[in-house]
Design a protein around this ligand. Structure first.
Ligand code: X8Z
Ligand code: ZN
Length: 606
């Protein structure tokens, strides 16, 4: 649940509103509905959805922060109410397909039909089953453990820490394999979940959930998929250069028997449980010359930053842009630290429970530079939620889901040496001769992520459409990992392996293309905001910290919510309505030159 309102909206709500198959009176009483009926239908639908939103979010919050049998059942119960109401309203919205309505009502009717994630089938039993599976899968992931012996079990947080810091190949492999033991039991449930949600999607007139997911971007579903390919095509040459350098250096570190130079990189050596971002292996791949690159983890420790201080610091960045401070309840109700006495979903998320000001984050914060960036990411969600809270319910969302994911990351791009000095976390700003190191470290996170951001849903779309059958789930997952990322499983996978289930967003049903888009957009946003702030430094040294002008421009887009197409929202901020990877490429341009030099004489490709 990357941000709660999204899943709350999409996955379910309501109790005592409409009896199940009751048509809204406006439709039932009018033989031929007109534009006024459509408006009334939309208004009533928003009211009804609104009533369920808060209880659903509360149940989901309690479940994810106290995982047990009862909280799972309660969360599934209320989520089913929301889900079946959302699906029913989506079906009813079709009654107005041929009715002439104003553009605002048309957009809301379209959103009602297009923004479901897992539409509930009309059959109440099937709908209840879908909600139960959804909730169970989230719990299985959240409470997942790897036990070395009966009494020595580890959760994902500890295992991830080892993946980031250990250079012991055997230990990395053990963690990598160990975590993947959580997911084989998910496979049958996942299969059932897909079948049920596909039924719901068909009832709404979609071929399957893939069409539904791809179709929520203000353009035809197939055109959107082509748009993604275009963006990936822009980034791929850079990725290939980075991959080539990283594979060569990993070969030096672990031996070319472990890292064959003509094959994909084994997935356990990249500093991350899913090999999705590689910043943690900077020390292995860094330039040979001594460079001064700030280690934020170290700086946080030196200055005794605890978890709360990290969040306060992130809040103060947003305040410097002109955003109001977070409410007291944020500090009282958020989960910052992993509780020791119960199971929780540690995967970071940001919540707006009441669309008023009950903002929260849920994290198990680690005191690292990586997590400092994640805190900014989560707060980006919260400030977006707050900015659009006065929109009508159906517009209380980001322009598209990638926008939601991009805001906090955009702000985090401004955590530059200059900024760190300004807030007293470091004493010196390394001069420009050190920039290659800084750029490489960031590219290991940002460029390396791009193909992962793309492949997760390439897999899911095939699963949803039935192109990939359950027997091939894992095989195709690894085919796509190899094709897009050039990363391979370090050991043969067992026949019951279900490795996609070991990545949070699969059991949690959070669409993933949003992160791909966000990685492109955040550099477009950063460039524009830097220009607005009057920056004259190279773009990778720009920090918008303290720029009220940049904050105002950003807020103007945020407060639009989903009231306009994402193309219009993008134009509002950047003056251009197209996603364009040239901003990320320009940002890292000096590094590309350096990588190409390093790769001279190496065999690249996978
Ligand atoms: O899930 C997240 C956020 C919450 S929306 C922490 N991210 C993706 C991931 O962890 O896989 C951020 C980057 C990609
Ligand atoms: Zn997020």
């Amino acid at each position: 649940m990357l941000n709660a309102p999204l899943s709350a909206m999409m996955l379910g709500v309501s109790i005592a509103l409409l009896a199940c198959n009751q048509e809204p009176s406006t439709v039932a009483n009018t033989a031929k509905p007109n534009g006024e009926d459509a408006k009334q239908f939309v208004a009533k639908a928003q009211q009804d959805l609104q009533k369920l939103k808060l209880p659903e979010s509360q149940a989901a919050w309690v479940y994810q922060t106290h995982i047990n049998q009862d909280t799972a059942a309660l969360s599934a119960y209320i989520s089913e109410k929301h889900s079946s109401l959302s699906s029913k309203l989506a079906k009813q919205s079709a009654n107005f397909n041929k009715v002439e309505v104003d553009s605002d009502t048309r957009r809301k009717l379209d959103l009602m039909r297009n923004s479901l994630v897992l539409p509930a089938p009309a059959d109440p039993e099937k709908s209840a089953r879908l909600s139960q599976i959804t909730s169970d899968l989230e719990g299985m992931y959240g409470s997942g453990k790897y036990c070395r012996t009966e009494n020595d079990c580890m959760g994902l947080t500890d295992m991830s820490n080892i993946m980031s810091t250990s250079r012991d190949e055997a230990l990395l492999l053990e963690m990598w394999q160990g975590w993947r033991n959580v997911s084989p039991p998910m496979k049958a449930l996942y299969e059932e979940e897909v079948a049920l949600a596909n039924k719901g999607a068909k009832e709404l007139g979609f071929a399957d959930i893939s069409e539904l997911w791809r179709g929520s971007y203000d353009m035809p579903a197939d055109d959107f998929a082509i748009e993604l390919d275009r963006l990936w095509g822009q980034v791929k040459p850079f990725y290939d250069a980075l991959h080539c350098h990283v594979r060569a250096e990993l070969g030096n570190q672990y031996g070319t028997d472990k890292v064959p130079q003509d094959q994909p990189i084994p997935a356990h050596l990249l500093g991350n449980m899913w090999a999705q971002s590689w910043g943690n292996i900077y020390d292995i791949v860094k330039p040979k010359q001594a460079l001064e690159v700030i280690d934020v983890t170290q700086a946080l420790a030196t200055h005794n930053y605890d978890e709360i201080k990290m969040v306060k610091q992130a809040e103060s960045f947003f305040s410097s842009l002109g955003f109001d401070p977070l409410p007291d309840t944020f500090w009282e109700r958020s989960q910052f630290i992993k509780p020791v006495d119960r199971e929780v979903v540690c995967h970071a998320s940001a919540w707006d429970l009441d669309d008023k000001d009950d903002l929260r984050i849920k994290m198990c914060i680690q005191k690292t530079g990586e997590e400092f960036a994640v805190i900014h990411h989560e707060l980006g969600h919260n400030y977006y939620q707050r900015a659009y809270k006065d929109q009508p319910l159906l517009y209380r969302e980001s322009a598209n889901d990638g926008f939601h994911e991009a805001i906090g990351d955009t702000v985090a791009l401004s955590i530059t040496p200059k900024y760190l000095k300004e807030i007293g976390l470091v004493d010196n700003i390394p001069d420009a001769s050190n920039d290659i190191g800084m750029l490489l470290k960031l590219a290991l996170d940002k460029i390396a992520f791009v193909p992962f951001g793309l492949m997760v849903d390439q897999w899911r779309w095939k699963v949803f459409s039935g192109e990939v059958k359950p027997a091939d789930y894992n095989k195709v997952w690894w085919q796509l990992r190899e094709k897009y990322q050039g990363v391979m499983a370090p050991v043969d996978r067992a026949p019951d392996a279900f490795d996609p289930g070991a990545k949070y967003h699969v059991p949690a049903n959070t669409p993933y293309t949003r992160y791909f888009i966000a990685h492109i957009l955040q550099f477009q946003f950063h460039k524009t905001l830097c220009d607005i702030s009057g920056n004259t430094d190279p773009i990778h040294r720009c920090s918008i910290y303290g720029s009220k002008k940049a904050g105002e421009a950003l807020n103007n887009m945020l407060e639009m919510g989903k009231s306009k197409t994402w193309q219009e929202a993008l134009t509002t901020l950047t003056g251009k309505g197209e996603m364009d990877a040239s901003a990320i490429l320009d940002y890292f341009a000096p590094l590309k030159k350096w990588l190409d030099e390093q790769n001279q004489g190496r065999t690249c490709g996978f």
